[in-house]
Design a protein around this ligand. Structure first.
Ligand code: SAH
Ligand code: SF4
Length: 430
């Protein structure tokens, strides 16, 4: 979400006549697009902004701007502006379409501008992102979240769920495919509730998937995140019947313990999650299922943590984003009794990561000797090899003498190296 939002800000800057540069010293404007979902992201932002102090002193005409969800949280903007008096512009998440206008005001008046709205307005459709993730393109299908998981700050800083009109999404996907993008990733905090805020009935996530399935051309379709409480058989069928959809579902489980899931306000049980996994695998054979997991939620016992480990083993996720719980101001969990000490959280995350790594390695081994279709994403200068992924999201490296970023290839996997695969190109398909 944030990466795509940065692309939108870059698009606004381009329209205002700015061009990207490599080094901070050469910049006229530096924008920090922040995230407050987890504490360490926030600490990074503070550290990085602080590092600009000297540059700004040497070059007072430099404009330093801060946006993203951190600015929308509590008294954060005030603390930010007091800690860093050199910041020129602070803008919230609800009025990002006004970024160009407010930047102009800052430059012209040489005065600090802070504009943070309390509530979101209409979805803004007139920003052209400056995309930086070819051959993938991110496409928002909705904004905000209504779920209020007890640990999560997103509903407070991104507002209520708002779905984009289906025509706008289809228009954007078609034009991206025409422009040569080979992978479209639909974005929403809970893609399975797409359309629930529309007055007219009949437009939901499975309908959106089916409509995208009718678009011509060879491209991959991905989407994230699915919420286990809302993923239906209808959606699984729409994935399996879609010629573009990858056999991959990102389904964040967060915990394997029913008591913790309930405290998290996730509104599903371990049993429901497992039955959903079986349903997905029945309807979409070989489907790769990845997840998000939080360890050290308040009051989580060793036994409850081991239920997470056993669930991870049972499902055999093809990948997991693992997080140490961090209290976020304003959320219910932040004021719960029984916060877990840092030592215990560290121990749990390490055990979880070790387990997931072992599962990933075993998954990689299964690929050796097979030929898989890879979409080439990048050239890795250090490894002197191209990097790409198969439809399950497995990463592979392989040498090649010509430029092939953005092409589909068939690669024979010759060995597995931990998380990723090593292979050789058999056929470049275009
Ligand atoms: N809407 C998505 C998640 C968005 S946030 C979903 O529900 O799946 C991405 C991930 O960050 C979450 O899935 C969760 O695992 C993690 N996360 C969110 N708040 C957190 C917190 N306070 N501490 C640690 N991890 C957190
Ligand atoms: Fe946060 Fe839960 Fe919404 Fe995801 S579904 S953004 S975790 S509140």
């Amino acid at each position: 979400m944030n990466v795509h939002e940065s692309e939108k800000i870059a698009g606004i800057l381009t329209e205002s006549g700015y061009v990207p540069c490599e080094r901070a010293e050469d910049a006229d404007v530096i924008v920090f697009n922040t995230c407050c979902v987890r504490e360490n992201a926030e600490q990074h932002a503070f550290g990085n902004i602080g590092m600009l102090k000297k540059l700004k002193k040497d070059k007072p005409e430099l404009v330093v701007a801060v946006c993203g969800c951190m600015t929308q949280q509590g008294d954060f903007a005030r603390r930010l502006s007091e800690t860093f008096p050199f910041i020129d512009l602070i803008i919230g998440t609800y009025n990002i379409d006004k970024f160009g206008e407010l930047l102009k005001k800052t430059v012209e008046t040489k005065k600090r501008v802070i504009e943070i709205l309390e509530k979101n307005g209409e979805i803004c459709e007139n920003i052209s992102p400056l995309r930086s993730s070819f051959p993938n393109a991110w496409v928002n299908i909705m904004y905000g979240c209504d779920n209020f998981c007890s640990y999560c700050v997103v509903p407070y800083v991104r507002g209520r769920e708002r779905s984009r009109k289906i025509e706008k999404i289809l228009e954007e996907v078609k034009s991206l495919v025409n422009d040569g993008y080979k992978e479209i990733t639909l974005l929403g905090q809970n893609v399975n509730s797409y359309g629930k805020d529309f007055k007219e009935k009949g437009v939901d996530f499975s309908r959106l998937l089916r409509e995208i399935g009718r678009i011509d051309g060879k491209f991959r379709l991905r989407f994230m995140s699915n919420h286990p409480k809302d993923l239906t058989e209808e959606v699984a069928l729409a994935i399996s019947e879609n010629p573009h959809a990858c056999k991959a579902v990102h389904l964040p489980v967060q915990s394997g313990s029913d008591r913790i899931l309930s405290l998290m306000n996730r509104r599903y049980t371990r049993e429901k999650f497992l039955s959903e996994v079986s349903m997905i695998r029945k309807i979409i054979p070989d489907c790769a299922i990845s997840t998000d997991i939080i360890v050290g939620f308040p009051t989580e016992t060793e036994e409850e943590f081991s239920e997470t480990l056993s669930l991870v083993k049972e499902v055999g996720f093809c990948g997991a984003f693992t997080f140490v719980y961090s209290p976020r101001a304003g959320t219910k969990a932040a004021v719960m009794d029984g916060q877990i000490d840092a030592e215990t959280k560290k121990d749990r995350i390490m055990r979880l990561v070790d387990l997931q790594n072992a599962i990933n390695r075993a998954d990689s081994e299964k690929y050796v000797g097979k030929t898989v279709e890879i979409l080439v994403e990048d050239f890795d200068e250090k490894k002197k090899a191209y990097m790409g992924r198969d439809e399950r999201g497995k990463m592979a490296y392989f040498p090649y003498s010509e430029k092939i970023v953005g092409k589909f290839i068939d690669a024979k996997i010759t060995s597995a190296s931990g998380m990723s695969l090593i292979g050789e190109v058999e056929k470049v398909k275009g």
